[in-house]
Design a binder for this molecule. Structure first.
Ligand SMILES: Nc1ncnc2c1ncn2[C@@H]1O[C@H](COP(=O)(O)OP(=O)(O)OP(=O)(O)O)[C@@H](O)[C@H]1O
Ligand SMILES: [Mg+2]
Length: 315
């Protein structure tokens, strides 16, 4: 019999690259609660795709439906060309999923866990190498239950990648990690991407999203409220930039610079707000007027500013 499902190779494209995850109209209810309502997004081959949103927004529900861990009520999902509802057995060896803490027995030792996962899903690098890379070698003989929160988290991420998956799902991977461990984890995630692994990353950390994610979706109330690259989101959903400098000279002419929204003066400090293009124009206009302040600062909105605008300060 001829296979009827789509081939494993991805078909659709995101920004010109193959899409390894394609989600259209994903919906999921828990009784009366609509946790996810018609969510659509695509993840391109080799990108790090972020899913951001407040607590309860439906992030985990969405990515677990994509992994075949929960069943969507409606929508079309393709992961590496497979349908996670009906082809989860074929999908499982191709993807890596960060487990919940409760999924591991507390008495299981770090080395045993990595050895076990590597043997269940062969094809990855030697598990001792993974243990070394993720800084777990000193804890090789420690039981999972005796690890600190951050060490547990690191083991769970290491287990998700021990089979060298094509696509890995990480849900709040750096929660509970100390700053050095977060940085180290980011570098390992970037290395995964450099090796061609596609990463879907659920995170609450804007610095993490800004640094790691090629594209991201902001989810609120079960819906995607914005998506794009971090810089696209900042450009599309912010009210521009602020240029600030000091001068005692009159600067009334800045009002007429195209793109300038407002000019305020307090003492010698001048604050100009407007669209991103004003940075160069204000600099040029000042220079033409013979004013060359040596303390010119440009404040651009961050992803966090934009995120809070999108979801509201109360999240
Ligand atoms: N198994 C379940 N049974 C009933 N309701 C659920 C279940 N899982 C999630 N929910 C509800 O669905 C909504 C979305 O939950 P989900 O875990 O997807 O949110 P999230 O965006 O991952 O949030 P967080 O940032 O807190 O992890 C929440 O209101 C949650 O209470
Ligand atoms: Mg969650």
């Amino acid at each position: 019999m001829l296979p009827t499902g789509p081939p494993i190779a991805a078909r659709r494209t995101v920004s010109g690259v193959d899409a390894v995850v394609s989600v259209e109209g994903l919906s999921k209810r828990y009784g009366e609660l609509t946790a996810v309502a018609e969510v659509s997004f695509e993840v391109g081959q080799g990108e790090i795709f972020g899913v951001l949103g407040p607590n309860g927004a439906g992030k985990t529900t969405s990515v677990e439906c994509v992994q075949g861990l929960r069943h969507a009520d409606a929508g079309r999902i393709r992961v590496l060309g497979l349908d996670p509802r009906t082809q989860v057995e074929q999908l499982r060896p191709l993807i890596g999923s960060q487990l919940q803490e409760s999924a591991l027995p507390h008495r299981l030792r770090v080395a045993e866990a990595l050895d076990l996962f590597a043997s269940l899903q062969p094809g990855g690098p030697p598990w001792r190498q993974v243990m070394q890379e993720w800084g777990l070698t000193p804890k090789a003989r420690a039981a999972f239950g005796s690890l600190s929160g951050g060490q547990r988290q690191r083991l769970l991420v290491a287990l998700a990648v021990v089979n060298a998956p094509q696509l890995v799902f990480l849900d709040e991977m750096t929660t509970g990690l100390d700053p050095a461990a977060r940085r180290a984890t980011w570098e390992l995630i970037e290395r995964l991407r450099d090796n061609g692994t596609t990463v879907v990353l659920v995170t609450h950390f804007m610095d993490e999203a800004e640094r790691l994610c090629d594209r991201l979706a902001v989810v609120q109330g079960g819906r995607v409220v914005a998506s794009g690259t971090p810089s696209q989101l900042v450009a599309a959903h912010s009210d521009g930039v602020t240029v600030r400098f000091s001068t005692s000279e009159p600067v009334g002419f800045l009002d007429r610079v195209p793109g300038v929204g407002s000019v305020q003066r307090r003492g010698d400090t001048v604050t100009v707000r407007g669209e991103p293009a004003i940075v160069a124009r204000v600099g040029r206009a000042l220079s033409e007027a013979g004013i060359e302040p040596d303390d010119m600062d440009v404040v651009r909105p961050t992803l966090e500013d934009v995120y809070l605008r999108l979801v509201g300060e109360e999240g």
